[in-house]
Design a protein around this ligand. Structure first.
Ligand SMILES: [Zn+2]
Length: 338
């Protein structure tokens, strides 16, 4: 391990844009297949799902994994393996998307389908807090290209369950931006905010800067990807003035073909312009990366110095939904790392 890699590992970091299902490795997919398929996948067959070169291929791979997540024990297994890997990278806190909309879809929208699954996730979360000192918040993610009614089901479930589980911190919208923007979800976002949920949103990944403006206009507090903001000077000014946290995912953007290379990703431009940028891995198992590797690539591909990497780690804590005293404690710890 190089000195920079060791520094990155020691920096306390938060990961704010991470899909639980996207952390499932081919080896774990093989294990899930052994549990559920009449003819289980070999490791080679499992790996084949991860070879895609565009956004549509990625969505297909994501489906192959999620349809083999069936029992609460499956969710507990994949969550625990994700948490072990987070802790190994020096991540101290993560806000993890659960594709609640997809979970309902595979279960014929049965309203009782989700609670047992969530109990499995909570078992993993509590174990990670105990054994790894890792804190996890959950974000319930709806699929924007399903109907507004389906998003309503997901967000209301988050509001209802939040009364019993403080680990449920917010909501988000994933799915295919090319098929639906944010405007149809305006009333649902207002309702979720009134229920005490924090509001995230994917915007400007496969669409232009107008999609980011639209996401901001419905009250989104953090923007996932925000890749196309670079094309709109006034939007960048606005994001800076309002200190809107951006959850950037450079390797994800390269692998889905919406950005030519890590070196060309606007991470460096946003950072130099003073935006509140955070680095994230999105679906690390699918994209062959993880958060520590994204920090390393920021160093090797965009010449981020150790002090700048430290700033990225601080940003991740500031942009998190942690309580202020926790943020202050982590920020002073980050300052002390040499
Ligand atoms: Zn995402």
């Amino acid at each position: 391990m190089t000195e920079t890699e060791s520094f990155i590992r020691r920096l306390p970091k938060a990961e704010l844009h991470l899909h639980l299902e996207g952390t499932i490795t081919p080896a774990t997919l093989k294990d899930l297949s052994a549990r559920h398929d009449a003819r289980p996948l070999t490791l080679r067959e499992a790996k084949a799902y991860y070879l895609f070169d565009n956004f549509t291929g990625f969505i297909e791979a994501f489906k192959a994994v999620t349809r083999r997540l069936i029992d609460p024990e499956d969710y507990e297994l994949v969550a625990w393996r994700m948490m072990q890997h987070l802790a190994k990278q020096g991540i101290v806190h993560a806000e993890v998307f659960i594709s609640v909309g997809v979970i309902y879809m595979w279960r014929n929208f049965d309203p009782r389908a989700f609670e047992p699954i969530f109990a499995g996730l909570e078992r993993a979360r509590e174990r990670a807090a105990r054994e790894l000192g890792l804190s996890i918040y959950w974000i319930f993610d709806a699929v924007r290209h399903f109907t507004v009614e389906e998003a309503e089901r997901v967000f209301r479930k988050a509001a209802e369950m939040r009364r019993d589980y403080s680990s449920i911190i917010g909501i988000g919208l994933g799915g295919d931006e090319r098929l639906s923007g944010s405007e149809p979800f305006r009333a649902l976002y207002a309702e979720a905010r009134d229920a005490g949920l924090r509001l995230t949103n994917h915007a400007g990944e496969t669409t232009g800067p107008e999609a980011i403006r639209e996401a901001l206009s419905i009250g989104s507090e953090r923007i996932g990807h925000a890749l196309s903001a670079v094309r709109d000077f006034y939007l960048l000014q606005d994001l800076k003035e309002r200190e809107v946290p951006l959850e950037l995912n450079p390797t994800s953007n390269v692998r889905t073909g919406v950005c030519a290379s890590f070196a060309e990703h606007p991470l460096r431009r946003y950072f130099d312009a003073g935006l509140l940028v955070t680095l994230n891995s999105d679906d690390p198992a699918f994209f062959g990366s993880d958060l520590a590797n994204e920090y390393l690539l920021a160093h090797t591909q965009q010449a981020f110095s150790c002090d700048e990497l430290r700033q990225l780690a601080s940003n991740s804590i500031r942009a998190s939904f942690l309580p202020d005293p926790d943020k202050a404690a982590w920020l002073s710890k980050i300052d002390s790392i040499r």
